[in-house]
Ligand binder design. Structure first.
Ligand code: ADP
Ligand code: MG
Length: 696
């Protein structure tokens, strides 16, 4: 019998009752589960405070002294235990409402005790609710760091507070046999990682801070290494499975357009990405590529050139945008670029007329239309192609998995898929969550862009801000003013927007100034009409909600004012800012806020003011919000990481990825004897987990 697989109830001090609770409350079934219940922090137990000092401390404290009185009162839910505790500087009350029968025996009078807990001020006097109490002589004084474990109320009730769990671990570790290593020896040496047994002991009973850190490092690495291994192997398997069209060469159309149709030279990054895509078209596998590029990085041109490779090889192409405005804008831009080339483009949106649609459907089936641009309308089953070869999806985050799957089914062999997103995902997250996609990055803006100047202003500067707006408008520029209508149904927000609109209309009166307004309560036609007035330059100010967040291109707009900026997330602020800075003029982003700002809000605003780099912003966002909020908890919850943290352990993620990749490069089927351990563990993992990683 494998020691680690021993059922937890056989551990000394557990028994059937506690075992049930450990299972239901903490999912601890075996010795191994308990060993993997890692402390979430340590307390430095070498430090003692005195009672007299307590009013100056706002952390948990450790005291030495004696119990002078114990009192029980109340019954049932109101049961309470209080103890007077004294050291040479004063007296404080200790209080318990739970687990009383476990704590009572520890409150011995006349014996020096160590008390640990967080003091609270009740009325005028200090007390410590639910402290830990240990006989001073039994405290291992040489151990400076004491582990703190997460537990639950029910467990605490059965004596399994942090300290109780620590005791169980001590007894488990006492019997711990030699454990098989779970990482290849060569990795351990090369990365100087602690061996597994030492790491498991040191994480629970660290000999010092350095050992605690090393132990965590080793266990985090192990967790991330197997995660990356799993992703890479799954990807290997899925690539082998899905065949894709081969486009043998780039085609005359591409070459011709490249030579005489491009309005400007491609940036180095655009060229590199095109090469990456080109490779995918040659290898016979289905392309599933994510293209990340900051707002304004020039993704549209890459999309067009990619489509042309497909069209030149006799296939049809589709470009899908999340909104009608965007689809129309893409259609117009691309039609203009292609006007001297033999490519028939068409637009399909929700407002395409039935009769137009009928013709369009026919022309798609006959292959007359080469490039179809549109919205979700394109996904409908009635839209069928003669030979769809490549699908490009703009602004990935508005598209669900099911919708991508629909596009893939529009040909017998799935068409290649390129997903473009302007919301950069930090590298470590992309590696993990899009592990089965290939990722390309446009990390360079077209030349000549002036970085957007961003400032933070409070309400008392509003007059100056409006004065500045007038100057810009008088120079012929246009301006966005965005209000937080995060939830379009919220009346309060809606009123703010209306008040704002009125205030702006008063400050910028007709006939000199014209103001547009766009929000979610407008009908699509009304929205479109207002948008178009602004796009054509008929109005100079666009008052809007975040509906304008995605993709809209008005190069003449040079100022973005974001009202109540404290209410927006970082990536949203960055997206909004990306609406300006698209022309040759210096552009500005003004973040308006109230006076009371939380620390986190300040960090967000400060980051926006400091940098225009979307990737840097995404990193800060990840630090502030954590992966759950960034990607949706469902997705990150699926990972169920025990010790590693994708936000905080970025370096380890990258390392683990590199090591996993290099092992697979050398030994794709993990057949070498030194990789036997990896193979065994990975096989178990692949069997156990459903394939959550597949997103496209
Ligand atoms: P996004 O990546 O946000 O979709 P766009 O494709 O809309 O960016 O490009 C933003 C602007 O940059 C457009 O006006 C486009 O014509 C211009 N642009 C794209 N590539 C280049 C380039 N290589 N050199 C100069 N301007 C470019
Ligand atoms: Mg775009």
């Amino acid at each position: 019998m494998n020691f680690l697989q021993t059922s937890i109830e056989f551990l000394k001090g557990v028994g059937p009752q506690r075992a049930e609770l450990l299972k239901s409350e903490l999912d601890i079934h075996t010795y191994e589960d308990l060993l993997n219940h890692f402390p979430f922090r340590y307390i430095d137990r070498s430090q003692y405070h005195t009672v007299a000092e307590l009013p100056q401390v706002d952390t948990a404290v450790q005291l030495r002294g004696y119990i002078i009185e114990v009192k029980e009162s109340g019954v049932g839910k109101r049961r309470k235990l209080t103890a007077k505790f004294e050291d040479h500087t004063g007296m404080i009350e200790l209080i318990w409402f739970q687990g009383i029968k476990w704590i009572l025996p520890a409150l011995k009078k006349g014996v020096e005790l160590q008390v640990y807990g967080k003091p609270k001020l009740f009325g005028k006097s200090w007390n410590i609710p639910h402290p830990e109490v240990t006989e001073f002589s039994k405290v291992k004084q040489e151990v400076g760091l004491q582990p703190v474990y997460s537990t639950t109320e029910k467990l605490t009730d059965k004596g399994l507070h942090s300290k109780g769990i620590e005791k169980l671990l001590n007894s488990l570790i006492e019997q711990l046999p030699i454990l098989p290593e779970t990482l290849p020896a060569q990795l351990l040496n090369h990365l100087r990682l602690m061996d597994r047994r030492t790491a498991l002991i040191q994480i629970h009973q660290p000999a010092g801070e350095e050992q605690a850190i090393k132990a965590r490092g080793r266990l985090k690495f192990e967790e991330l290494f197997y995660l990356q291994m799993e992703l890479l192997v799954r990807k290997q398997l899925s690539v082998q499975k899905t065949k894709g069209f081969i486009f043998p060469d780039v085609g005359n159309l591409f070459t011709d357009f490249y030579n005489r149709g491009l309005p400007f030279d491609l940036t180095g990054a655009q060229k590199r990405v095109l090469k990456e895509i080109r490779k995918d078209f040659l290898n016979g596998h289905h392309m599933n590529r994510l293209l990340q590029g900051d707002v304004g990085a020039g993704k549209t041109l890459v999309a067009l050139l990619t489509a042309l490779m497909g069209i030149g090889n006799g296939f049809q192409a589709a470009l899908i945008a999340p909104t009608e405005i965007l689809a129309t804008q893409h259609f117009e831009t691309i039609r203009e670029l292609l006007k001297d080339f033999p490519v028939k483009t068409a637009l399909l949106t929700g407002s395409s007329k039935t009769k137009e649609r009928r013709i369009l459907h026919e022309e798609l089936l006959s292959g007359e239309i080469h490039l179809l641009i549109g919205t979700h309308a394109l996904l409908e089953n009635t839209v069928q192609f003669q030979n769809l070869g490549i699908v490009i999806i703009d602004e990935q985050h508005r598209f669900g998995v099911a919708q991508r799957a629909k596009m893939r089914r529009k040909n017998t062999t799935p068409p290649h898929v390129l997903i473009m997103t302007a919301t950069p995902i930090p590298r470590t997250l992309a590696m993990t969550f899009y592990g089965d996609l290939d990722v390309s990055v446009i990390d360079e803006l077209p030349p000549g862009r002036k970085p957007i100047t961003t400032v933070h202003r409070m309400e008392n500067s509003r007059l100056q801000v409006f004065g500045f707006l007038k100057e810009e408008i008088n120079k012929g520029r246009q301006v966005y003013i965005v209000y937080p209508l995060i939830n379009e149904s919220e009346t309060l927000d809606f009123n703010n927007l209306m008040d704002g609109y009125e205030a702006i209309s008063r400050a910028f009166p007709l006939p000199a100034y014209r103001v547009s307004m766009v929000h979610g309560k407008l009908k699509p036609e009304e929205k479109e009409f207002e948008m178009q007035r602004f796009v054509k330059g008929e109005t100079q100010i666009m008052v809007a909600t975040t509906v304008i967040e995605v993709g809209v291109n008005v190069p003449n707009a040079s100022v973005m004012i974001i009202e109540s900026a404290e209410r927006f997330g970082l990536s949203q602020l960055h997206q909004l800012r990306g609406r300006v800075g698209r022309g040759a003029e210096q552009s500005y982003c003004i973040l308006m806020t109230g006076n009371k700002l939380s620390k986190e809000t300040k960090k967000r605003l400060e980051t926006m003011v400091r940098t225009n780099d979307g990737f840097e912003i995404a990193e800060v966002d990840l630090q502030l919000r954590g992966p759950g909020d960034l990607l949706g908890t469902q997705q990150s919850g699926a990972l169920n990481l025990k010790i590693a943290d994708l936000a905080k352990d970025a370096q380890i993620v990258v390392r683990a990825r590199e090591e996993a990749r290099s092992i697979l490069e050398k030994d794709p089927n993990l057949e070498l004897p030194e990789h036997a351990v990896v193979r065994t563990i990975l096989t178990t993992i692949l069997k156990k987990k459903p394939n959550w990683g597949k997103i496209a």
